[in-house]
Design a protein around this ligand. Structure first.
Ligand code: NAD
Length: 500
């Protein structure tokens, strides 16, 4: 087994990055950042408050109104974005090392996320030069076209699961379209976000375009949401935080993009390829430590194959390797923070009374410190159980039997969430019929969670509002001004004509 060691050359302190310089908080405040394997503080991060957000927003505002970035040609911005992607790619191992250490994600999965972050930049770098806007002609009478412009300072608020990748998901389109930004990363995992500053400087992003303020959600995040010079907030996090942000942004009528929580069903019909379905549903909930918004955390299995499925699933889940995040053999690492560990463990206790524990249920042997949880499987979970209804965001899954397609649909749709759904069946008609009735922003048929970046990403019900992905992200981060011009003689009715 690999030994647990902090990565070399960790920063002595994590600071904000405002107007091209690393700075401390105006009031000098900081907070502890913990190593999820030991739960010891390994670094202090500057705790931003309203005064720091004010500084960052005014730098971003200046870069927007006076700087070159919003005025550059798409091709020029695209070059910078490609350089960012190149740098991220060339440092993928270091990024993964830091991310894995800070978040507890297994190193192999953190590496995949670092590469996806590069891909996000590359994708929007390409999209912005290929993009065309609408033009409509009314022959001989009128020409109409869309003039697309960046909006201003975008406030980006991100969670701690796959932090660097999720930041890239917002930074890529916000910057590609010519906005300037203030990023407020999650307080549990500020380490990788601080690397953006160096990457952006090296790639040639002009000063003041990217600003970073660390800090608690209720302080730094709240000040960003309430800042009058920030017309856009792109938020990813819990549904309850999203509700709060909605209310706080309302007096300012801000543009909001909300990617929220999930309790996504994986529906396994009796005719499914069971081997593949088991592999996929194991990966679907235990990858990224189960700290995954699109985790298939409820598995609905048709009665004919239910017992076999549960038995095989439990056996395979018990073999999933929990270990040090830095170990390349680890499949489930350490949960991000002791508070989150306590939350997940409390659901494991609740689950004991609500379902039948068939795998896991505690701390793995030999991992006595840190936030390690065994992959935990509950079977026979009724739909009114809390572990069926509530997002646990850890390596815990609920399995429930069903008899008919109608029953499966009612169970699948029977929570407040609607982010993703996974359907396993070899019946083509059933797969598509089911997909169309399911209340989920994204459905994967006989497929794991593999997403083409051009497709819409987003949830329905309590899982979010708005869509990003491809042109939808471009739409969120730009204004579309419609320009109309008359051809030939103006055809307007004349009021107040001269008397004859
Ligand atoms: P969270 O809501 O606690 O925090 C998210 C971010 O919001 C953090 O940066 C936090 O500091 C900030 N924040 C908290 N309170 C705030 C406030 N009052 N005003 C402004 N900002 C505030 O979520 P989390 O625990 O970091 O992340 C896990 C959640 O994120 C899960 O529910 C998960 O499903 C969701 N998630 C969703 C997606 C998606 O795309 N739908 C992706 C990843 C994670």
């Amino acid at each position: 087994m690999t030994e647990h060691r902090p990565p070399a050359d960790l920063p002595a302190r994590i600071r904000h990055y405002i107007d091209g310089a690393f700075v401390d908080s105006v009031d000098g405040g900081s907070f502890d950042v913990l190593d999820p394997v030991t739960n010891e503080t390994y670094v202090q991060a500057a705790a931003g408050k309203k005064a720091d957000i004010d500084r960052a927003v005014s730098a971003a505002r200046r870069a927007f109104t006076e700087g070159p970035w919003p005025r550059m040609l798409p091709r020029e911005r695209s070059r910078v974005l490609h350089r960012i992607a190149d740098i991220v790619e060339s440092r993928d191992a270091r990024l993964a090392e830091l991310e894995s250490f800070d978040s507890g994600l297994p190193i192999t999965q953190a590496l995949g996320q670092a590469r996806r972050a590069a891909e996000n930049f590359r994708f929007f770098a390409d999209l912005i030069v290929a993009q065309a806007d609408d033009a409509y002609k009314v022959p001989g009478k009128q020409l109409n076209y869309v003039n697309r412009t960046p909006i201003g300072v975008a406030g980006l608020i991100t969670p701690w699961n796959t932090p660097f990748m999720l930041e890239s998901w917002k930074l890529g389109p916000a910057l590609a379209t010519g906005n300037t930004v203030v990023l407020k990363p999650a307080e549990f995992t500020p380490l990788s976000a601080s690397l953006w500053a160096g990457i952006f400087e090296e790639a040639g992003l002009p000063q003041g375009v990217f600003n970073l303020v660390n800090g608690l959600g209720e302080e730094a995040g709240d000040a960003l949401v309430k800042h009058p010079d920030v017309p856009l907030i792109s938020f990813t996090g819990e549904s309850s935080t999203g509700q709060l942000i909605f209310g706080n942004a309302a007096p300012h009528l801000k543009g909001l993009s909300m990617e929220l929580g999930g309790k996504s069903p994986a529906i396994v019909f009796a005719d499914a390829d069971l081997d593949t379905a088991i592999d996929a549903t194991i990966f679907g909930v235990f990858s990224l430590n189960g700290e995954r918004c699109t985790a298939g955390s409820r598995i609905l299995v048709q009665r004919e194959v239910y017992d076999e499925f549960v038995e095989r699933y439990a056996a395979q889940a018990s073999r999933v390797r929990v270990g040090l995040p830095s170990d390349p053999d680890t499949e489930v690492g350490a949960l991000v923070h002791p508070d989150h560990y306590a939350k997940v463990m409390s659901y494991v206790e609740i689950g004991r009374a609500e379902g039948r524990l068939v795998a896991g249920g505690g701390r793995p042997d030999g991992l006595d410190d840190g936030n390690f949880v065994e992959p935990t499987v509950f079977a026979d979970v009724p739909p009114d159980a809390r572990i069926f209804q509530e997002e646990i965001f850890g390596p815990v899954v609920a399995i429930t039997p069903f008899d008919t397609d109608e029953e499966a649909l009612a169970l699948a749709n029977g929570t407040k969430y609607g982010l993703a759904a996974y359907v396993w069946t070899t019946d083509l008609r059933r797969a598509h019929t089911f997909a169309q009735s399911i209340e989920a922003g994204m459905v994967w048929l006989n497929s794991n969670n593999v997403r083409d970046l051009r497709t819409p990403f987003g949830g329905v019900k309590a899982s979010g509002l708005g869509h990003e992905g491809g042109y939808r992200s471009i739409d969120f981060y730009t204004n579309q001004q419609a320009v109309h011009i008359t051809l030939g003689a103006p055809h307007n009715p004349t009021f107040g004509k001269d008397a004859h």
